[in-house]
Ligand binder design. Structure first.
Ligand SMILES: Nc1ncnc2c1ncn2[C@@H]1O[C@H](COP(=O)(O)OP(=O)(O)OP(=O)(O)O)[C@@H](O)[C@H]1O
Ligand SMILES: [Mg+2]
Length: 455
């Protein structure tokens, strides 16, 4: 789409000639010949840049600029003036004008200024979006007791330089914790470098970590810096450290003790200054007792251990997490943000989440793609749930009476829904579209045991 710009000048001749020139350059041009008219135009249609004369009847140019900045603070403004003084230009810049062009303006110069203004504006917008994106991605959501304790521990541990081991199940936010520690540490403006020890093949891990010299092995066509080197001054995050081989563990231990790395094939050790954060979802206690993890390395990497709680231990955080992921996905995809109906949220809350927060995030994002309603309904959630989606595709039996099969199916459906609603009878009845008394009768008739937990 062509950028729309607003031209403001009280001289009709200037307005006409500039309009023509800008239109020829592909801009959609809006014009105003006085401040009041300019405000009307701005209210009627958003513009991407404003070019304005400074001296106009009815309003002082700088007051006018201040008012524009107040109404549309994000739109770049270029001022043009025939009586420009340096002082005026300084004041205009202070008020947020992007540029100050002297009249009579050279058209080429004005077009260039406008192009630059629009480019700068686009960069700033992208920058803001990126910032939002990272703030979203790095936020540790949840105010449950385990999350408050986790946050307090992170805040206490971050400023010190001790090595930290983050322990927790899949998808509980171990990497987020590592990044939060880095962000809150004095190393926050230095690199955060991550290596996943489980993802790098065993024979490459040494060169990945410590780097290599040219010709150190077949394929080492150039010198390469290792992760230690890259993280110098900052934080090195060793993910899935429980998957590291014993041989590699001893090499890592030596580097941590000496504070020096030797590139593969290299002769001179390089001093590195890193803060180490490691993480694993493995049971390190067991690996230690089975001699699959070195005890001395364990003590070296875990001056402090931090445990990320599984989602089932903090179900009260589920609404905030779900809302957070909905908002993030909608912002990224420029979708309108739907609400979650309370019943839909109940179903979400009742899931087991073996994959923890990551599973919830995937479920919510799938839900946004599949759902067409606002608020999101229970039916939408059921479609997005993987377990129910597969069971609904089960084969139709080739024998049995219709009565028996229907009874069997009804029993399954009611049992599953009771489970999802954690035994809450009223909610189960509502989500099945039944009266509470009707659900009671059905359960008695089908021989379903009801254990009230929530009513
Ligand atoms: N408390 C939280 N608040 C917001 N998002 C979270 C939280 N915990 C986890 N997430 C999100 O869940 C996903 C998984 O988090 P992360 O990668 O940090 O988990 P992990 O513990 O490292 O998992 P794995 O062991 O599988 O690598 C990410 O998208 C992350 O943003
Ligand atoms: Mg991880």
């Amino acid at each position: 789409m062509k950028p729309r710009v607003l031209l403001i000048d009280d001289d009709p001749g200037t307005l006409a000639s500039l309009s023509r020139a800008f239109a020829l350059e592909g801009y959609v041009v809006d014009t105003a010949s006085a401040a009041s008219q300019a405000f009307e135009r701005l209210a009627a249609e958003p513009v991407e840049a404003i070019l304005s004369d400074v001296v106009m009847p009815g309003m002082n140019g700088l007051e006018f600029l201040a008012e524009i900045r107040r109404r549309v603070p994000e739109v770049p403004v270029i001022l043009m003036s025939g009586q420009a003084t340096i002082e005026m230009a300084v004041q205009a810049t202070r008020l947020g004008a992007l540029d100050f062009v002297e009249k009579p303006v050279g058209l080429e110069r004005l077009l260039l200024t406008l192009r630059n203004a629009l480019r700068l504006d686009r960069l700033e917008r992208e920058n803001r979006e990126l910032l939002h994106y990272w703030r979203d991605e790095l936020a540790l959501i949840g105010d449950s007791a385990p999350m408050l304790a986790l946050r307090a521990l992170i805040e206490r541990a971050a400023p010190s330089d001790v090595s930290i081991l983050v322990l927790g199940e899949n998808g509980t936010g171990k990497e987020l914790v590592a990044r939060a520690i880095h962000e809150l540490s004095s190393r926050h403006d230095q690199p955060f470098v991550k290596m996943n020890c489980a993802a790098v093949p065993a024979d490459l891990i040494e060169s990945e970590l410590f780097g290599h010299e040219k010709g150190a092995f077949t394929g080492a066509v150039a010198q390469r810096r290792g992760r230690f080197d890259q993280a110098d001054g900052g934080t090195l995050f060793l993910d899935e450290i429980g998957d590291m081989s014993l041989a590699m563990q001893s090499k890592l231990l030596r580097v941590l003790e000496d504070g020096e790395v030797l590139r593969v094939g290299g002769a001179n050790p390089i001093r590195v200054d890193i803060r180490l954060i490691s993480a694993t979802n493995r049971d390190l206690g067991r690996l230690l007792s089975e001699n699959r993890f070195r005890e001395d390395l364990y003590y070296r990497i875990s001056t402090l251990s931090i445990r990320t709680p599984p989602l089932r231990e903090r179900r009260e955080d589920l609404p905030a997490l779900a809302t957070h992921f909905i908002r993030g996905a909608c912002r990224r995809n420029h979708w309108k943000e739907p609400h979650l109906s309370p019943e839909a949220l109940d179903i979400l809350r009742a899931q087991p989440y073996k994959g923890n927060v990551r599973e919830l995030r995937n479920l919510v994002e799938r839900l946004l793609i599949l759902s067409e309603s606002d608020p999101i309904s229970t039916a939408d959630v059921r479609t997005a749930l993987p377990s129910l989606a597969t069971s609904s595709r089960s084969a139709v039996p080739g024998e049995g009476t219709l009565y028996d099969l229907t009874q069997h199916y009804e029993r399954e459906v009611i049992r599953e829904r009771l489970r999802l609603m954690m035994g809450h009878i009223t909610k189960t009845a509502r989500s099945l579209g039944l009266e509470r008394s009707h659900l009671y009768k059905k359960c008695r008739q089908l021989g379903i045991e009801m254990r009230e937990t929530g009513d």
